[in-house]
Ligand binder design. Structure first.
Ligand code: UD1
Ligand code: CA
Length: 469
């Protein structure tokens, strides 16, 4: 089963185990420009938080320890960091006074000593593990600082990299830059590696005498140069270092993440008929020979096994789709869905917290919630489980090979035995034993020639009505 997690195959990741490395993730910003009550790094990209993307890349880059710097009161950010990387150590930056100030909130971790200190901004989620490793390489060769640079289509808002030959001289924040410096198109990607031996000596002298009155991490380069230490820039493509400050940048990054996930799915052998219309989650997993038709959305935690077909306009989240299963078109699989091998869930069928076992079918217009549908059972068109009584949820159990007639309502808690047969249009409120036939509907009345008599009566009624006018 190919996992799309982290976007890259293990083979792409090279070894870098000789030097120890502390990664510091800066996530204390408020993200004012997102205009949202949610902390910026908790916004979702391809179904998981920006912070989770960054931590996944760091974990894959084989660092020795990870520190996450959060703002005061940002327990939710801290909790997300712990969920993704339980070993990560949390630090609180009491006041948001700039990126260098944020790094020093994790001073205790830096003081413990390590060969490399890798600083990654929490709002740069498309970074790859291999690039983090590449960034550390110049430190092994003697540089004190290495910075990721890129040439964005629109450099507004980014710091500019001032280089001379192969040396990085300074990083100039846009607010501080002269007109000629602003014309530089090589920008700061916001990811920096510092030699551990010099890290504090470089970071601590950083001041805040600038337009924003902030402690800029970017000043580290000029300070290192004044200490006769070397700094270098490594250039990467824009997509890897897109910083997310606004909702529009979040949408651009989503497009990049989706393109990567679709490419990885195609590479692993999934057939995507119109890849640009399929939306994947970073943790979507596919087996072999899976076909996904146009316009399908995958939420978190979906696994699709070999040979399954997901037809158009289906929405899946928290679902396990077994081998050779057919889903949709227009199916909705909600969390807790398990479809056994060869099961079929057809159009306008919603499944939630339910297991539909091997070979069972619910082909049309159905709701199956909090239920087990036994192997080979057939759920007729419009049949539903009535799982909620207004205050509590109840379970429905349908035995193997049972037949649930069209438009039946199974009022839970209820158990239908194996091989039982429920007549169409029944409202079933009592358990049905295995092999039984159950009917729960009004008895039909037939009156010979009744149709003609009814029409006569109606015609008479109309005449009387007119004569009164
Ligand atoms: C920063 C860089 C800029 C670079 C750009 C790349 C500085 C001074 N500028 O600008 O050169 O081109 O990133 O995307 O570093 N943070 C804290 N505490 C703070 C301030 C920020 O933890 O006090 C965190 C934020 O949560 C964010 C990261 O640091 O994850 C970067 O901060 P942000 O304000 O987004 O910096 P930019 O203006 O984008
Ligand atoms: Ca930013």
């Amino acid at each position: 089963m190919a996992s799309l997690l982290g976007y890259e195959s293990a083979a792409e990741t090279s070894f870098m185990t000789a030097r120890t490395c502390l990664a510091i993730v800066l996530a204390a910003g408020e993200g004012t420009r997102m205009r949202s009550a949610l902390p910026k790094v908790l916004h979702a990209l391809a179904g998981r938080s920006l912070l989770a993307h960054v931590l996944a890349a760091i974990a894959k880059a084989r660092v020795t320890a990870t520190a996450v710097v959060v703002g005061p009161g940002q327990e939710a950010v801290q909790a997300e960091a712990r969920r993704v990387l339980p070993d990560a150590e949390g630090f609180v930056q009491q006041e948001r006074r700039g990126t260098a100030h944020a790094v020093l909130a994790a001073k205790a971790a830096i003081e413990r000593g390590c060969d490399d200190v890798l600083i990654v901004y929490g709002d740069t989620p498309l970074i790859r593990a291999t690039t983090l490793e590449r960034l550390r390489a110049p430190l092994a060769a003697g540089a004190a600082i290495a910075v990721l640079g890129f040439r964005p289509a629109d450099p507004a808002g980014y710091g500019r990299l001032i280089v001379e030959g192969d040396k990085l001289i300074a990083i100039r924040e846009e607010a501080e830059a002269s007109a000629s410096e602003r014309a530089i198109d090589l920008c700061n990607g916001g990811i920096m590696a510092l030699a551990g031996v010099h890290a504090l000596a470089i970071l601590e002298p950083i001041g805040n005498r600038n337009h924003k009155g902030e402690f800029y991490l970017t000043d580290a380069v000029e300070i290192a140069r004044s200490m006769k230490l070397d700094a270098v820039a490594i250039e990467v493509e824009e997509d890897e270092v897109r910083g997310i400050n606004t909702k529009s940048q979040l949408a651009e990054a989503e497009a990049v993440a989706q393109r990567r996930l679709r490419d990885a799915a195609l590479d692993s052998g999934v057939t995507l008929i119109a890849p640009e219309t399929v939306f994947l989650c970073a943790d979507t997993k596919f087996g072999k020979d899976v076909v996904v038709e146009p316009y399908v959305v995958f939420g978190e935690k979906v696994t699709v096994e070999d040979g399954a077909v997901i037809h158009s306009f289906s929405h899946l989240a928290g679902a396990h789709v077994g081998k050779g299963v057919s889903v949709g078109p227009f199916a909705r699989l909600r969390p807790g869905t398990r479809l056994g091998d060869g099961a079929r869930v057809g159009n306008f069928v919603e499944v939630k917290e339910a297991s539909i076992e091997a070979g069972a079918k619910a082909n049309h217009l159905s709701y199956i919630g909090d239920a087990v549908v036994g192997a080979g059972a057939n759920i007729g068109a419009g049949a539903i489980t009535c799982n909620y009584d207004g205050s509590d949820k109840h379970r429905t159990k349908i035995g193997d090979g049972a037949f649930i007639g069209s438009n039946s309502a199974l009022v839970a808690p209820i158990e239908i035995g194996a091989g039982a047969y429920i007549g169409s249009g029944s409202v079933i409120t009592k358990d049905v034993p295995a092999g039984a036939l159950a009917l729960g509907r009004g008895r039909q009345v037939v009156k010979e020639n009744g149709a003609a008599r009814l029409r006569d009566l109606k015609a008479l009624g109309k005449k009387r009505g007119r004569s009164r006018d």
